[in-house]
Design a protein around this ligand. Sequence first.
Ligand code: SAH
Length: 243
Amino acid sequence: MKLKKKLFFIVLFIFRLNSLVLGIDEAELSKLRKAMVETQIKAEGIKDERVLQAMLKVKRHLFVPEEYKNTAYINGPLPIGEGQTISQPYIVALMTELLELKGNEKVLEIGTGSGYQAAILGELAKEVYTIEILDILGRRAEKLLNELKYKNIKVKIGDGYLGWLEYAPFDAIIVTAAPEEIPKALIEQLAEGGKMVIPVEDQFPIDRYSQKLKLVRKINGKPVVKDIIAVRFVPMIKGLEKK
Ligand code: SAH
């Protein structure tokens, strides 16, 4: 073997070893992210070009615990601690697409979790307000979103059942934990003509996670509700005032 070729293989070997020890590198993660958008999102029918671009841009691997970094782009939810999960990428894309964001909206998210969905919204709307009930998750997400320079996202530790009156009304609301019914405060805080996506426990559940993703539009002050698909979200935690 020529020396040049030998050197090439040695360098290649060192790179491989490096990625085995340190995990997958950024370039490889970026390839996996591209594949995720192609096979899990585009191929499954998500068409909104802005949503696809945001899913390509936001580094999902930064929002999962270190031990899941290498699996951040698989087709499924992942644990983020405290018994909570980051949603499956397709569900994030679907819920975001349903909101039909154009760029000028004020959006409310309930269930900050890892902050990933908030980052996607931050790419697509003017202002994002996100509420997390678990202090440890909310603080961690807030820190990461600050590091990533999302100046248009505000995180609050609080009870999502109550919404965020101070900044209401919202053009869009996205709820990423499942309540038993659509919280009244959220309907009130939705702007006229606004859209809300929310998973709601089935009235006659088959199991603990039997839920329907609903699209709610506020028309003449009243919610008009449409069922989209069956989903599985973590249940929405009842805040103090609901217990
Ligand atoms: N959107 C998140 C995933 C959310 S998992 C992401 O992109 O990672 C659901 C989150 O909702 C959990 O973090 C959970 O703690 C939070 N949650 C549950 N009940 C809540 C409530 N009443 N108010 C606000 N957040 C709540």
